[in-house]
Design a protein around this ligand. Structure first.
Ligand code: SF4
Length: 738
């Protein structure tokens, strides 16, 4: 308690996967201030502008405070008992009439670990359906399949310390300055201390990141696949690779090459069929990717490609690659992740302080909840899969349910979930902590599908009215952030805990309580027999990872700590995985061991992955690429940040960023309205020329935070067939004067 009577507690930030530590000031039962936590190693007291306004996000005037039930076109207030009774009845009726796969829960990387774990346990272990998905499928799924296919274990070997220790940073399709601003500040700090540091921004649009970079390398959308192969081509041809590292730590494989784009209805996730190959065969695979050939494809000059390859391989420099949605939201998202690892594995620049590849997560617990708890249709906790009998058995044993309760087949991944709702195959959908009817691709179709009637029934738990609550049959008012006790896991494997600091308003309740209440009403209350709910649930959950290289610490260990990076063994966190001296699973003398990949005797895989064109590319009718993304001031669909007047003023409405030459040709000036049309929908909005982001010629960029401008109406629902992650970065549109 300080002199002004404010009590300060710690929590991770509510927003992005950076996981900044925040101090939260409470007075008279309200959050009155927040500030960066100087004791937090992630951010060392710094926050970005969203973090500085955290104290305001819970106090919008239209906060939901009571359950609401749809009556025709209107919603009427209801008691929790009425709402939960109706929900339980709809679940029971649907399961009885259509089977367990007719119901689903769709959550997010903003679920606390407890909420995600409870949802997975109820649906997979209680109801007996694998219809559990997080919105992380739209965000990090390709990073997961990239890690799994290359290293047989999800999540990075490196950590944020690499931002302070490296020399060369390749940013691939990552606008870090706006999407991971605090991490970008660490990078810039490193450069201020060490003038030798170089930041290379390889991207399809010029951003604030490009402005700060030492080199901006624009490339044509989708050709990152070819560029990475060309970099590998040069490294192999000029013998710049680390021969000893390759001999000891690497195997070569190829998978199926023609895998489609997931555009067909009922698309299941593709299971690869890997075949071993030799280094020589890999060398042959790379032959066509000459710098000259790839220069024509990508627009990057051949000399620049050679320069990038030599920089990657420079023995005197520590190299990191960082990426986010440019790689992950990609119809070949798994492949492009594999290709980035290839370059690090060829050069041996991996698992060492200051030299690692890393996918940066978008959401605060995309790692902790979606990936580690395994809230995807195909996953179980600690990297386990529903398709594996041993994994199902182990899970059923910990959960105390019959071994055959968890179905052996994955069911609906996110895009298919919304397709199934439209088709009428999915009847009851519960949405928690996310806003899919603004954030899903091909949104026009899915919004219409949601209100087609019949036996469809949609429940949305949220803290404010959103573009999703407007399509619901029941709206449940939720508690958020420090209105409940929670745990998040960030992008560097850091698990953070916080205690409830204030009460939620009105009758709002946390999503964990809501899930447990449904469980009780469906007769599955025995799955959650806890007295001290969070502590006992955590201790049960952490049994999955112990001894598996995924060890989490006892519950109390997180109370005072500013997070711990797993594996946590004998009370010590791990900074660099697979590395002797850092990772407790690597024995003395082993130096580096990818021990999770038992199939390949502890080696990582270099994959031969070819360039494939995008699912939809510009043509004479739709001559522009459309790319979507985020801006600094707003978090995802803007439901929280849009209610902070200062953030709203700083970035109020979405705009279409155009190249000046294209604007001239269309006949528009800065601020004029333009109409964007794809094969799926259209959107009219002001254009921006020469603003903070600058599109390349033939491209247009629109951020997706603005609930009044649903740019996702235009997006295609093509996805990476291995990860199921849709490509929000590439589809074809025409641009006209609006
Ligand atoms: Fe840190 Fe991200 Fe929160 Fe900004 S939004 S304060 S970068 S965690």
């Amino acid at each position: 308690v300080d002199r002004e009577g404010i009590t300060w507690g710690k929590a991770p930030c509510r927003f992005c996967g950076t996981g900044c530590g925040v101090l939260v000031g409470v007075k008279d039962g309200r959050i009155v201030a927040t500030k960066g936590d100087p004791a937090a190693p992630v951010n060392k007291g710094l926050n970005c502008v969203k973090g500085y306004f955290l104290s305001r996000i819970l106090y919008g005037k239209d906060r939901l405070t009571t359950p609401l039930i749809r009556k025709g076109d209107k919603f009427e207030e209801a008691s929790w008992d009425e709402a939960m009774e109706l929900i339980a009845r709809k679940f029971k009726e649907s399961i009885a009439k259509y089977g367990p796969d007719s119901v689903a829960i769709y959550g997010s990387g903003q679920w606390t670990v407890f909420e995600g774990y409870a949802a997975s346990k109820l649906f997979k272990g209680g109801i007996g359906t694998n219809n559990v998905e997080p919105n992380a499928r739209l965000c990090m799924a390709s990073a997961v399949t990239g890690f799994m296919s290359t290293f047989a274990s999800d999540e990075p070997m490196g950590c944020y310390d690499d931002l302070d220790l490296g020399d060369t940073y390749f940013l691939w399709g990552a606008n870090m300055a706006e999407c991971h601003p605090v991490l970008f500040s660490r990078l810039i700090d490193n450069r201020l201390r060490n003038p030798n540091v170089r930041i290379i921004d390889i991207a399809t649009r010029w951003t604030r990141t490009s402005q700060m970079a030492d080199q901006y390398v624009p490339f044509r959308p989708q050709t990152d696949l070819a560029l990475l192969n060309a970099i590998a081509h040069v490294i192999v041809k000029e013998k710049l690779y680390d021969e000893e590292f390759i001999k000891k730590h690497v195997v070569f494989k190829r998978g199926k090459e023609k895998i489609g784009y997931g555009l067909e209805e009922h698309s299941r996730l593709f299971v690869d069929d890997p075949k071993p190959m030799t280094f020589d065969e890999y060398r042959k695979f790379l032959e066509p990717y000459t710098p000259e050939h790839v220069a024509k494809l990508s627009g990057v000059p051949a000399a620049t490609i050679v320069e990038l390859a030599r920089l990657y391989a420079d023995r005197g420099r520590k190299v990191c690659s960082l990426w986010t949605m440019g790689f992950n939201q990609h119809t070949r998202g798994t492949w492009v992740n594999n290709l980035a690892y290839n370059v690090h594995l060829l050069t041996g620049k991996i698992c060492r302080p200051g030299e690692n590849p890393m996918s940066l997560t978008g959401q605060p617990s995309a790692c902790g909840t979606a990936r580690e708890v395994g809230t995807f249709t195909h996953r179980l906790p600690a990297d386990m899969l529903v398709t594996n009998e041993e994994h199902r058995k182990k899970t059923a044993e910990i959960w105390g349910v019959p071994a055959d309760r968890i179905p052996a087949k994955p069911s609906l991944h996110t895009t298919e979930m919304f397709r199934a709702l439209d088709r009428g195959d999915l009847k009851v959908l519960w949405v928690q902590v996310t806003n899919p009817f603004q954030s899903a691709p091909n949104l026009n179709r899915f919004r219409k599908g949601a209100r087609k009637g019949g036996d469809r029934f949609i429940i949305v738990s949220d803290i404010y009215p959103t573009r999703s609550t407007e399509l619901a049959d029941v709206i449940l008012p939720s508690a958020s952030w420090v209105e409940k006790t929670g745990m998040f896991g960030n992008a560097e494997r850091r698990t953070q805990h916080w205690f409830q600091l204030v009460n939620p308003p009105g009758e709002a309740r946390n999503d964990l309580w809501q899930t447990l209440e449904l469980a009780r009403r469906l007769g599955h209350g025995n799955l959650f027999p806890y007295k001290d709910v969070e502590k006992e649930m955590w201790e049960e959950y952490r049994r999955f990872g112990l001894g598996q290289g995924k060890d989490l610490a006892p519950y109390e260990a997180y109370h005072a700590a500013r997070g711990l990076r797993w594996p946590v063994v004998d009370g010590k966190e791990t900074r660099w995985r697979y590395a002797e001296g850092f990772d407790p699973y690597v024995k003395a003398g082993e130096q580096i061991k990818f021990y999770k990949n038992k199939k390949d005797e502890g080696r990582a895989v270099i994959w031969a992955r070819p360039y494939e064109p995008a699912a939809e590319a510009p043509d004479p009718s739709y001559p522009f690429w459309l790319c979507t993304g985020r801006v600094l001031e707003h978090w995802h669909t803007g439901t929280m940040t849009g209610r902070v007047p200062e953030l709203k003023r700083a970035a109020g409405d979405a705009v279409a960023e155009l190249h000046p030459d294209d604007a001239r040709r269309i006949g528009v000036r800065n601020g004029d309205r333009v109409k964007l049309t794809s094969r799926r929908g259209s959107l009219t909005l002001p254009c921006s020329i020469g603003g903070r982001g600058k599109s390349e010629r033939g491209s247009v960029f629109v951020a997706f935070f603005d609930e009044a401008k649903l740019v996702n109406d235009l997006c295609l629902d093509a996805f990476c067939p291995i990860s199921g992650e849709p490509d929000y970065k590439k589809c074809a549109v025409k641009v006209e004067k609006g």
